[in-house]
Structure formats: C-alpha cells, structure tokens
Design a protein around this ligand. Structure first.
Ligand code: FMN
Length: 337
C-alpha cells in the first residue's frame, strides 16, 4: 500500500497514477482497462458543455459510464459559465462522482469557442466558471490547466489560487503553455511552485513515460500524484509498473506474451461491444497500432492490420501475431524509445 493516497473530496484514489483525459482515446473500454491494470483514477474524454450537441452518437458514447467502477470523473469543456454549470449538474444527476473542468486542452475547435486552455487568458471568466460550477453540484469539482497561454503569460499559479479559493477539490497541471501545444519538454518548476502554495491535491502531468520519470517528477514537484496521457497509449501496463516502482523502488518485469495477447484481445472485444462492429473495427486500428509500436516490425504489422475490415479478421490477425514462432510473441515488451 502506498501511504498517503490523495483524496478528491470523499474519494480516496486507488493509487498515485492517474489516466489523463484524452479525446478519442480514453473511452470507456480504455478507462476500464487502465483501472484493471492499476490506474488510481481515470478521467473521461471531454464532453462539450453545450447540451444541444449531446444527442450526437459521439457525445452519447462519451456520456456512457455504465458499469464503470467509481469514482467516475467526467470532464466538461466549454466557455460559458452557465452552460458549464448546467452540464455539471446533468452529469452529476447521471452518475458522475467528480466533475473535471477542462482548461488544459489546446484543440482548435475547443479554443475557437474560447474554451479549454484558451480560458486561461481571461481570469475573470475563469473565476466565474469555477464558482458557478462548484456551486452547481454537491460532488467534488476538479480543474485541469496548463502553465499559461504563452511564455509571457504563465499565470497558472494565479489560477491555481483562484481554484483553491473557489472550492476546487484537486488540480491537474500540464507543464506546458497553450502555445507550446505538445512541443519541447514539459517543465515542472511551475507545478512545484503551485504545490508549495496550495493545500488541495496537485497532480503533475506532462511527458511522464515510465516509473523512474514518475518518481523524479513526484520528488521534484512534491505533487500528490502523476497523470499519464500519451505514454499509456498501447501501454496500459504503465500504471501498475509506476505504482509498483513508487511502492517498492523495484521495476516490474514487462508483461509476458500471454498477458499481452489477453489484454489486446480483451481490448478489441470491449471496443466491438461498446461501439458496434463498424466503428469498433476502426477504433481498434489506432489502439493496435500503438501496441505494435514497441516492436521492430510494428509499422509493417500496423499497416496490414489497418486493411482488415471486420472483427473476425482482426482477432485472427492478433492470434497469428502471438503464434509461437511469430517475432511479436518474442519481444520482451520493452517500449521502443
Ligand atoms: C490525443 C489527445 C487528446 C487529448 N484530449 C484531452 C481532453 O479531452 N481534455 C484534456 O484536458 N486534455 C486532453 N489532452 C491532454 C492530456 O490530458 C495531457 O494533458 C497531455 O497529453 C500531456 O500529458 P502526457 O505528456 O502524459 O501525454 C489530450 C492529449 C492528447 C494527446
């Protein structure tokens, strides 16, 4: 047991490694898989605060949390305080146990509506949104931010203070500005500074790609947990690997071929069940591509896999990949650099 696991309101996290919200990736099947493999908390893909768009198939699937273990954290995105408060209320009524406000996403279509990380440029609006959303629901509200809009306006600390004063229950900070998007390296000084001033839990995010990096970032920032995004793509084992290292100081061996086969097959089945065959087959392609990226011939297999058009063909291909004499069955599971 890791001592001092952080709490979000009444919810004690199951571990100190959190799956970051990623639109198009952290759907219900992937969230459930990451929880099974040790994620202390998972956050849904963002849902627009504009309820008029909730009837679309994409939004309906994003709003579906049936059967998920708690605490269920639902991320909302938008730029209008009333709409965000309303969206928080409806999601809470529908079973969300934590509401996360997105002020970290640089995606263009969100930012065109002055939402996501673009909100950080307007501190008065941020204050309004935080207060309205927190008072709209009686479940904890968390916030996800970047370090600022650009190098000249790194106002994450000011926003973090506002968040704590408004009653935000925990804060995730991605160590990049909006202008940096995903370029360069995440910096952790801002996160350390925020952590030293706030008393609510702070989660460090950005470029955490393995156990040793997680340990370094926690030590450097003093953060209460780490949040992992891209490094979990095709590598859901990262949660238990980091958690084990944080607890024991030892590295776990990589997953065996038998386990990799089980997890990948199960992941495909969960995608078909959740999305139906047509969409599930398409969504499976990107996930399988990521799983294969750790292997020398991964790119070749990915291309072949992408030509397959139905569930049976995809499952048969996977089986062949793990056949006894196949090179994929014999890689040691170590991630390619
Ligand atoms: C494909 C993709 C989709 C993302 N979608 C969201 C999102 O919906 N909401 C959000 O707050 N951040 C989103 N992010 C940002 C991640 O949550 C995270 O902050 C970022 O990837 C940095 O963490 P990492 O270096 O561990 O990937 C997304 C990132 C990626 C790569």
């Amino acid at each position: 047991m890791v001592s001092g696991l952080p709490c979000i309101g009444p919810h004690r996290l199951a571990g100190r490694v959190i799956l970051a919200p990623m639109a198009g990736i952290t759907d219900r099947p992937f969230r459930q898989l990451c929880r099974t493999l040790g994620a202390g908390l998972v956050v849904s893909e963002m849902v627009t605060a504009d309820k008029r768009l909730w009837h679309t198939p994409k939004s309906r699937l994003r709003l579906d949390h049936s059967g998920e273990p708690g605490p269920r954290s639902v991320q909302i995105a938008g730029g209008d305080a009333d709409m965000l408060a309303d969206a928080a209320r409806v999601n809470a009524d529908n079973g969300a146990e934590i509401i996360d406000i997105n002020m970290g996403c640089p995606a263009k279509k969100v930012c065109n509506k002055a939402a996501g990380s673009a909100l950080m440029r307007d501190e008065a609006l941020v204050g309004d949104i935080l207060e309205r959303v927190v008072s709209a629901v009686d479940i904890p509200v968390t916030l996800k931010i970047r370090t600022g809009w650009c190098d000249q306006t790194r106002n994450a600390l000011a926003i973090a203070r506002m968040a704590e004063n408004a009653g935000i229950a925990a804060l995730s900070v991605h160590g990049r500005t909006r202008e940096q998007r995903y370029q360069g390296q995440a910096e952790y000084d801002t996160i350390a500074r925020i952590k030293s001033e706030l008393s609510i839990p702070v989660f460090a995010n950005g470029d955490i790609d393995g156990p040793e990096k997680a340990r370094q970032v926690l030590d450097y920032t003093g953060a209460d947990a780490v949040m992992v995004g891209r490094a979990a793509q095709g590598n859901p084992w990262i949660f238990r690997e980091i958690e084990h290292y944080l607890e024991s100081g030892n590295l776990l061996p990589p997953p065996t071929a038998v386990e990799r086969a089980d997890v990948m097959t199960g992941h495909l089945e969960a995608l078909y069940a959740f999305y139906g065959e047509h969409m599930g087959v398409r969504i499976a392609r990107k996930h399988i591509g990521w799983y294969l990226a750790c292997a020398e011939h991964g790119e070749h297999w990915r291309r072949e896999f992408n030509t397959l058009e139905d569930c049976d063909e995809q499952q048969r291909y996977l089986k062949a990949l793990f056949a006894e004499n196949s090179p994929f069955a014999h890689i040691d599971g170590t991630r390619a650099a």
